[in-house]
Design a protein around this ligand. Structure first.
Ligand SMILES: Cc1cc2nc3c(=O)[nH]c(=O)nc-3n(C[C@H](O)[C@H](O)[C@H](O)COP(=O)(O)O)c2cc1C
Length: 130
């Protein structure tokens, strides 16, 4: 899991796919943070992406860096604890101009039942689960 988190952080940008009915939705994301041994991402409750995750927590993430790409398939679980939100905001100080842990908007999710596959044209896919 640490390897997956580091890959997302080093890539800087990853693409988060959700499902809305029978329509895939995808957008760039950047937050990737380990808290209490789990991989967290952050968003705002006001965003469509949040509503999609709450309606259907199955998501997929894809990032590309150097000659490798990473795909993480799993479910997102909201962690509604203030300390979880604050840990994310501490890791990404730039978010603090838009969010605070108590604003009723910021929210964090961690991955559950996740499968991460590291792929490249030069090596066989490597799979980890967390
Ligand atoms: C490089 C980059 C990183 C981003 N990271 C995040 C993020 O971690 N969390 C977030 O909620 N929005 C992030 N955004 C903004 C979302 O992509 C944007 O709000 C998007 O419209 C949300 O999806 P939605 O319109 O389906 O709700 C990022 C945007 C860019 C360009």
């Amino acid at each position: 899991m640490e390897r997956a988190a580091k890959f997302l952080q080093d890539a800087g940008v990853y693409y988060l796919a959700t499902v809305e009915g029978d329509q895939p939705r995808v957008r760039p994301f950047g937050t990737a943070h380990i808290f209490e041994g789990k991989l967290y991402i952050q968003t705002g409750k006001a965003k469509n992406v949040s509503g999609q995750i709450h309606a259907n927590p199955k998501v997929e993430v894809c990032a590309f860096k150097d000659d490798e790409w990473l795909r993480i398939t799993g479910e997102l679980v909201e962690d509604d604890r203030r300390e979880a939100r604050q840990s994310m905001l501490d890791a990404y100080p730039s978010l603090q101009s838009m969010y605070s842990a108590d604003d009723g908007n910021a929210e964090v999710f961690y991955f559950r039942n996740a499968t991460a596959v590291f792929s490249s044209f030069s090596h066989e896919p490597e799979e980890i689960r967390f």
